[in-house]
Design a protein around this ligand. Sequence first.
Ligand SMILES: Cc1cc2nc3c(=O)[nH]c(=O)nc-3n(C[C@H](O)[C@H](O)[C@H](O)COP(=O)(O)OP(=O)(O)OC[C@H]3O[C@@H](n4cnc5c(N)ncnc54)[C@H](O)[C@@H]3O)c2cc1C
Ligand SMILES: NC(=O)c1ccc[n+]([C@@H]2O[C@H](COP(=O)([O-])OP(=O)(O)OC[C@H]3O[C@@H](n4cnc5c(N)ncnc54)[C@H](O)[C@@H]3O)[C@@H](O)[C@H]2O)c1
Length: 477
Amino acid sequence: MKTLEFDVAVIGAGSAGMSAYRAAKTHGKRVALIESGPYGTTCARVGCMPSKLLIAAAEAAHAVGEAPGFGVHAGALRIDGKAVMQRVRSERDRFVGFVVQGIEHIDPADRLRSHARFLAADCLQVGEHTQVQAQCVVIASGSSPQIPPELSGLGKQLIVSDDVFDWDDLPASVAVIGTGVIGLELGQALHRLGVRVAIFGRKARVAQLSDPAVNQTAIACLGAELDLRLNTTIVTARLSGAQVELHTRSADGDERTEHFQYVLAATGRTPNVRGLGLETTGLQLNEQGLPTFDPSTMQCGDSAIFIAGDVDNDRPLLHEASDEGRIAGDNAGRFPAVAAGLRRVPLAIAFTDPQIAMIGHTPRTLKKGCFQSGEVSFEDQGRSRVMRQNRGLLRVYGEPGSLRFLGAEMTGPRAEHLAHLLAWACQSGMTVDQMLDMPFYHPVVEEGLRTALRNLKENLLQHVSAIEHCADCTPGV
Ligand SMILES: Cc1cc2nc3c(=O)[nH]c(=O)nc-3n(C[C@H](O)[C@H](O)[C@H](O)COP(=O)(O)OP(=O)(O)OC[C@H]3O[C@@H](n4cnc5c(N)ncnc54)[C@H](O)[C@@H]3O)c2cc1C
Ligand SMILES: NC(=O)c1ccc[n+]([C@@H]2O[C@H](COP(=O)([O-])OP(=O)(O)OC[C@H]3O[C@@H](n4cnc5c(N)ncnc54)[C@H](O)[C@@H]3O)[C@@H](O)[C@H]2O)c1
């Protein structure tokens, strides 16, 4: 057995782990970056980038279908599935290549290629033949798709999002299970690329929206295009030749048996803590086996162990993984002088059409009675109508008394850009008045935001005496 000594060991060379490695290195420390799988990160290999590449192809196909609405006729639509998947894979490989190049610039002595597990809080078994002693450890082991038991036994016809990006052609049909972001993004993209898609949700909620009105609007918009089966459970799923026979039951008792080429489990992701030996660390673990941690320092209890990225199950998004990795790595490098790092206002965007976004505090985190809302429907919004994208709803939330802007949920055109504006306003602590003092060009979708803010202001002023200040509504972490 070989024993190596480091100041900091980072488990996982994904976005969080690489960020942690770089931050710890700035303190002049000896840092190990341990990776058991292929280099390239989930984001570039099987996450953000290939999914957006598939969506880009789907948008191109959709634009052809929409063109006649403008009096423009492009002829019959033909989708070359092999060419679509070829571009997805080759552009994906290009993105992965840049990440791998970055890894190759790291000192080979710092890079260990094997599975890591704790033997004690300061000792890792790495593969069969190496032990790593480290004063501090950063856990950045990511997450994996979770498969519900009712879908087991489907062999190769059961797929997860990773599998989609290795296809060399588009399939005939896919049943998507789950109406979270992955199910909706991939389900809509495949549908637009000519695949027969049905999307099944146990509840009547999409993309984790918490505002009932925005959720209903998103369901109406997506349901107008997609075969969206909400409040539906999978009774049985079994192989039938090269197909899957899916037996489903809706809340009103409607039972259906259908056949699909693939079943895509988009039913959430589980933190990669199995086999990590966390029980040997003395850390306090929650019911999911995850260590409790401080999101401002990423420190687990008062230990020398830090956690970052999807594995902590807090905000499983790329920019959060990078931020958390940087904070964790910085604190591991400066340990024991641990300090709070910058956490940004929460921001999540689903790249569906219409897009869906959540910014800052939403009804999920706001106390009833502690906030007022304002809204705009995009149905009659000028620029949205010009573009034939006049679908959706934006709801903004503010604090009575202070008139502080707290957050928003929306589905609608250009949501990714509106969401950034709103997140920046929220993080700057702006009031609704200050936001309304900002320039609004004409004709732009942002004029819809102005309408929502004016509506919010009216509602806040009507309820000015209701509440002076609510401490629980502080935006940010
Ligand atoms: C289909 C899909 C689309 C997405 N789209 C977006 C998007 O548009 N925008 C966005 O913000 N986010 C998106 N995400 C989420 C984003 O990809 C993740 O939040 C981010 O990649 C997480 O980074 P990470 O470093 O925590 O994990 P990872 O990049 O998965 O890194 C973890 C690494 O740890 C390694 N590892 C695990 N266990 C061990 C061990 N015991 N020893 C050694 N190594 C180990 C793994 O092999 C892996 O390389 C998407 C995710 C998916 C799946
Ligand atoms: N655009 C983006 O930023 C983006 C894109 C893709 C993924 N992601 C990240 O990846 C994470 C994982 O995405 P996800 O969509 O897999 O997870 P999710 O948690 O967002 O959604 C999972 C869905 O599956 C449903 N579900 C769970 N078990 C089920 C079962 N047995 N039967 C039917 N439905 C079931 C849940 O009710 C939920 O609707 C997201 O939380 C997000 O942070 C982000």
